[in-house]
Design a protein around this ligand. Structure first.
Ligand SMILES: NC(=O)C1=CN([C@@H]2O[C@H](COP(=O)(O)OP(=O)(O)OC[C@H]3O[C@@H](n4cnc5c(N)ncnc54)[C@H](OP(=O)(O)O)[C@@H]3O)[C@@H](O)[C@H]2O)C=CC1
Ligand SMILES: O=C1O[C@H](COP(=O)(O)O)[C@@H](O)[C@H](O)[C@H]1O
Length: 490
């Protein structure tokens, strides 16, 4: 998948970040680049060029970056920070404006022989204009890549438009649509677990699997991102991209290799096989919720609408649970339950593969099937308990824990998903980025849900902050004799 070991130094590069003063750059991109620099992977003569409209100079941007590293890197070394900051340059520029002062950026990018990465950490509405300007100003070289942050559009039509606009100036193999869930160690590990363990590989289908759950639960609320989030909601913010990407990795067929297109060909087939949710299915298969006041981390927290402080009450969903089915020979009939929400009881991203129960008789009333749990965060791990006999007389069964900790921060690993992905863009390895057809296939499945919600006069079901979402999410599984992992464990 990655052709260069995590510890190897990459070729030198110019990384140009549009949106250099924004939250994403400060919280994720600069800390990730710093960590790779501190790990010795980034050559000292590489350059990181920040651009935004704000009239800063190098010194002022470096000061903001120093502060961000202080806040978001807990083991930053001040002498390494100084060397890292020396690589940073800033150009004040409105990337969407063809008449802006592009000469400043052009004079900095004077080495056509270096890999150039343009990272668009701005509103997606600007992507087409920025791509056009980069091309028109002669800044796009043969080895340039353009990294696009999510969301790519807000529905199928707008996603197609973004893809077309950027695709007019950059060939598809140079467009890197980032989905940071694909950079997570435990998500990549699904591929190893499935295809390096023949026992699991043979049981990975509708004969053996009863159902699959993917949960991405967050304790946080709006975090000052209300302007963006209220126009988005949980379906667009988490399900269309991160959770559907995880689903593709869980459900895809064995790829012929770990090369980018082999993997992405299989992933897109899964998306194309998702059974469309028609109007009649929607009520039974999709639940949306919005938090009202409650408790989070032992503190009282306000309702979404109070946090948002808008003029009129918002109908935006902060929680979604849905039942997907993959209409192919391997998975037909197996429910894939996906859910994500804000202000849930704990931060937890987890995949549960529930295997079918044993035949009744031998050990009493039948026995629950085994359950593979892939914990993505926090504390990434894989757990597959085996049932063994309790010592002593009789055949009472108990679980013998068989779990492995996956330590993303171990030597050669990454503390944050962005670290590997940012350098994959330099290396030109798109395996863990989302191809155009994948984005569009995911939107094609999600858009009818958004349209149905728009027509629907009702709104999201209320849930108390600090709980696992509205009761309707639990009922959706109960109707099929299933339960969310935390209910089953209770
Ligand atoms: N923050 C996050 O955790 C995540 C963000 N994203 C996505 O990343 C992108 C950025 O998000 P975020 O950092 O939160 O947003 P912010 O609003 O914090 O930052 C936006 C940045 O874009 C700059 N900008 C705005 N207009 C222009 C322009 N015309 N030319 C150049 N720069 C411009 C702003 O600076 P200035 O005003 O000075 O021009 C600022 O630096 C969005 O697409 C978002 O959806 C995706 C996942 C997570
Ligand atoms: O993309 C996003 O992801 C974060 C959650 O990411 P994680 O790595 O912490 O699980 C989410 O908070 C945010 O709303 C969304 O835009």
């Amino acid at each position: 998948m990655s052709h260069i070991a995590a510890s190897e130094r990459v070729d030198t590069f110019d990384y140009v970040i549009f949106g250099a003063t924004g939250d994403l750059t400060m919280r994720k991109l600069l800390p990730a680049l710093y960590r790779r620099f501190a790990a010795g992977q980034v050559p000292d003569d590489a350059r990181i060029v920040g651009t935004a409209r704000s009239p800063l100079d190098d010194k002022a941007w470096r000061e903001r970056a120093r502060q961000a590293l202080g806040e978001h890197v807990n083991d930053a070394d001040s002498s390494v920070v100084d060397r890292f900051l020396a690589m940073l340059r800033y150009v004040s520029l409105n990337g969407a404006d063809a008449n802006a002062h592009w000469d400043g950026l052009r004079s900095l990018l004077d080495r056509d022989d270096r890999v150039r990465v343009f990272y668009l950490a701005t509103a997606p509405a600007l992507y087409g204009d920025i791509a056009r300007n980069l091309d028109a100003k002669g800044l796009r070289t043969e080895t340039s890549r353009i990294v696009l942050e999510k969301p790519i559009g807000t529905d199928l039509d707008t996603a197609r438009r973004v893809n077309e606009d950027v695709g007019r100036y950059f060939p598809e193999n140079s467009i890197f649509r980032i989905d940071h869930y694909l950079g997570k160690e435990a998500v990549q590990n699904i591929i190893a677990l499935r295809f390096a363990n023949p026992m699991l590989e043979r049981m990975w289908d509708r004969q053996s699997v009863d159902y699959v759950q993917v949960t991405a639960a967050e304790t946080v609320g709006l975090e000052g991102r209300g302007g963006y989030y209220d126009g988005s909601g949980a379906l667009r913010d988490m399900i269309q991209n991160h959770l559907l990407q995880v689903l593709t990795v869980v459900a895809m067929e064995r790829p012929v290799s770990l090369d980018a297109d082999a993997l992405r060909d299989e992933k897109v087939r899964v998306l194309a096989s998702l059974k469309p949710l028609d109007r009649d299915d929607l009520g039974a298969s999709v639940v949306r919720g919005q938090y009202v006041e409650g408790t989070s981390g032992g503190k009282a927290v306000p309702a979404y609408n109070d946090e948002l402080d808008g003029e009129a009450p918002s109908r935006t969903e902060t929680f979604v649970a849905l039942r997907a089915e993959i209409d192919n020979a391997r998975w037909r009939g197996v429910p894939f339950y996906l859910r994500s929400g804000k202000r849930l009881p704990r931060k937890l991203t987890e995949i549960v593969v529930q295997f079918r129960a044993t035949e009744p008789g031998l050990f009493g009333d039948g026995h629950p099937g085994s359950r593979l749990v892939i914990r993505v965060q926090p504390d990434a791990s894989v757990t597959l308990p085996l049932f063994v006999k309790h010592p002593g007389n009789g055949f009472a069964l108990e679980e013998a824990d068989a779990s492995s900790r996956l330590d993303p921060g171990a030597a050669g690993g990454f503390q944050d998903a962005y670290e590997g992905l940012l350098l994959d863009a330099v290396k030109g390895n798109p395996a863990l980025f989302v191809r155009k057809d994948e984005t569009e296939a995911a939107w094609a499945w999600v858009t009818p849900i958004l349209e149905a919600w728009q027509r629907d006069e009702g709104g999201p079901d209320a849930y108390e902050a600090g709980t696992w979402g509205p009761a309707s999410a639990r009922h959706m599984l109960q109707r099929e004799g299933h339960a969310w992992a935390e209910d089953a464990a209770a």
